[in-house]
Design a protein around this ligand. Structure first.
Ligand code: ME8
Length: 655
């Protein structure tokens, strides 16, 4: 019989910035699904990659002073780039596509031409609001207060020659696909697509650009580049060798079984993508799954807010498997999930350290303590074991049902119900009491064997989520052969040898010091937020003019700082004794202690306005004001006392 095939994809990511925990979430989910399918005997193709064309990348490269290709190479292949991240996260993709790869570009040109020759792509005029400095078209609804959303400048009506795809032609077929089949999941996303996009009327889609050049050229019309989404979506079949010679398994794997995509790109995948495939007369993917976002305090992560969560930091602090587990265990895949450090540490401690880690270490520890590491072959069963045995040996079925629906959280929930039951079973059977009674050795052996079998089954099913940890657990519990780690044996009770040998070894998941880890993460995130603040912020410029005569009334003088000391009982004030050239010392108080140690200013030449009315502060009269320059740097107020050339004599007027 032919092996069953499974083709799964993640979105291909824009390498315009480093990837964050949100991208990691989708990729870990797809990896889990791919590993699960491989475990259940499928021939799996798992594809991920990067979407490297478009104006956004071109602009960023220009800003960085490098070519677009150099720019994306750095983010994809560079240190801690996309490839490094997937390696770190133990992502088992079979293929990685970059849309700048020659074979992909070649296929996209052929695809574009094919749709053009068919009449589904035609030449027309793109009308919109144009921002000349940004070289960008905007629709009315994208404008902010009628201005360019990027630079805030005026826009004007403009027209540009462009190619269009006849999306409208496929509207009915796409609507039927969404409403009458399970193509788009979860089902809740269907209404949004149909009501918001299809019913109001699908307009033909502009599929070429002439305002920038970083894209795949339309080979029969120089000057036009293919719209980045057309280029990107077709990665799924080109990566299999569709219309290119790089690979040869398009026939084998296409159509995809599922595309995992984030909710904001469901529209592209559930409307534009099937319509273009219909035009190309290619089979449609079986499912598109629109997952939710990881949000922070209910809002989107963003570089400008400085709240983007770096998967490297978390994986280094807690371990890759703990992070993978957290992402899958905590958030339902179809809806948004609120990420927090508290939740992360809490989940690691509760589920991994207390429940799973403890079960494994207590069980193997007791086998070592009472039997020197190897169970005796004779076991005495008891009816009280039935519930645990039944729960564990039927777990595979419940797990499978959830995994087939991409419900990783529920699949793990089912596993943890069994882990909880096993921990309770320890309390019920009290092996430490049995261990004291020589006549109960066979009973104790049965209890520990039942626990090891439960651990084996749960571990088998957790392999897709935590591959490395599960391999370690298998080693600990003596599940040494391929077969006893297999899917086929995950519903067969009694798979481990009766006289199995275990090795407790090190703790799998040491408890995380909650307060310490939280403080560390919070401090890092504070620093990141600070780094995201503008480098320098200036005080707003005065809107009102001051008339010349008024200005001239202000008497600015160079002053020599004869003495400077802190004012008692004040954190802020410094008391300056100044030579203003008049022969009498002038006292000025200034609230700049935060920025200066008084003794460092003695002997310097500063500037003071001397005809302000005298003011009493902390019981001392201040006669004038020293002039400082102020600005904000990374959110922090900075001040520099205005110091001038010491060659300027005391009392010289500034005008
Ligand atoms: O959209 N939580 O690329 P992209 C969960 N190149 N998922 C998130 C997320 C978050 N906080 N932030 C982003 C693109 N994502 C296109 C795809 S496919 C032919 C082309 C997800 O790098 C987002 O929802 O902007 C999307 O699915 C994916 O990351 C890639 O986003």
């Amino acid at each position: 019989m032919d092996q069953k095939k499974f083709y799964i994809t993640t979105p291909i990511y824009y390498p315009s910035d480093k990837l964050h925990i949100g991208h990691t979430y989708c990729t870990v989910a797809a990896d889990t699904m791919a590993r699960y399918k491989r475990m259940t005997g499928y021939d799996v193709m798992f594809l991920t990659g990067t979407d490297e064309h478009g104006q956004k990348i071109e602009t960023k490269a220009n800003e960085a002073g490098v070519t677009p290709k150099e720019f994306v190479d750095r983010i994809v292949e560079g240190e801690r780039g996309v490839l490094d991240l997937w390696k770190l996260m133990n992502i088992s993709n079979d293929r990685f596509i970059r849309t700048t790869d020659d074979y992909h570009c070649e296929s996209v040109q052929k695809i574009f031409k094919k749709m053009y020759e068919k009449g589904d792509i035609y030449k027309g005029a793109y009308k919109g609001k144009y921002c000349t400095p940004c070289e960008s078209f905007w629709t009315e609804s994208q404008l902010v207060d009628g201005k360019c959303p990027d630079c805030g400048r005026d826009v004007h009506d403009a027209e540009e020659e462009a190619y269009f795809f006849k999306l409208s032609k496929y509207a009915d077929r796409v609507q039927h696909l969404l409403e009458d089949t399970d193509f788009l999941q979860p089902r809740t996303r269907v209404n949004e697509m149909v009501n918001n996009f299809i019913k109001p009327g699908l307009e033909d889609l502009c599929v070429s650009r002439t305002s920038f050049s970083w894209g795949i050229p339309v080979d029969f019309d120089p000057g036009h580049v293919v719209y980045v989404w057309v280029d990107a979506l077709f990665n799924y079949p080109t990566a299999l060798g569709f219309l290119n010679d790089k690979y040869h398994d398009y026939e084998h794997y296409w159509p995809a079984d599922v595309h995992f995509v984030g909710k904001e790109i469901v529209r592209f995948h559930s409307i534009i993508w099937p319509a273009m495939l219909m035009s190309m007369e290619m089979p449609l993917p079986k499912h598109v799954y629109g997952h939710g976002w990881l949000v922070i305090d209910g809002g989107k992560m963003s570089k400008s807010k400085g709240n983007v969560v770096d998967p490297y930091v978390l994986a280094e602090m807690f371990g890759v498997d703990a992070l993978r587990f957290f992402l899958l265990r905590t958030f339902p895949f179809g809806t948004d999930g609120n990420f927090s450090n508290e939740l992360l540490i809490g989940t690691i401690n509760t589920d991994l350290a207390n429940k799973l880690g403890n079960l494994v270490s207590r069980t193997t520890g007791m086998v070592e303590k009472y039997f020197g590491g190897t169970l005796p072959a004779t076991h005495e069963d008891d009816p009280m074991d039935c519930e645990l045995k039944k729960m564990a040996s039927t777990l595979r079925e419940r797990y499978e049902a959830e995994m087939e629906k991409f419900q990783f959280q529920n699949a793990l929930e089912e596993i943890f119900k069994v882990i909880d039951r096993a921990n309770k079973y320890i309390d019920e059977t009290t092996p430490w009491t049995l261990g004291k009674d020589e006549s109960r050795r066979d009973r104790l052996a049965a209890v520990l064997y039942n626990l090891l079998e439960t651990v084996r089954i749960c571990t088998t099913l957790m392999q897709p989520m935590m591959p490395e940890t599960c391999a370690k657990i298998f080693d600990k519990i003596g599940a040494n052969c391929e077969s006893c780690r297999s899917w086929d044996k995950a519903n067969v009770w009694g798979t481990l040898c009766a006289d199995v040998t275990v090795q407790k070894g090190e703790n799998l998941f040491p408890r995380v010091d909650f307060e310490k880890a939280l403080a560390e993460l919070n401090a890092m995130q504070e620093a990141q937020k600070k780094a995201a603040l503008p480098a320098i912020e200036l005080e707003p410029y005065a809107e009102e003019n001051v008339d010349f005569d008024t200005f001239c009334k202000s008497d600015f003088r160079a002053v020599k700082i004869k003495n400077c000391e802190a004012v008692k009982k004040s954190d802020k004030l410094l008391k300056f004794t100044l030579d203003d050239g008049s022969g009498t010392d002038r006292i000025i108080l200034s609230g700049i202690h935060k920025w200066y140690e008084p003794e460092t200013l003695i002997g310097k030449t500063a500037v003071a306005i001397i005809n302000l009315p005298p003011r009493k502060m902390m019981g001392i009269m201040s006669n004038g004001m020293l002039i400082s320059a102020v600005h904000t740097e990374k959110g922090e107020e900075k001040l520099n006392l205005l110091l001038v050339d010491d060659a300027i004599p005391a009392g010289a007027k500034l005008c």
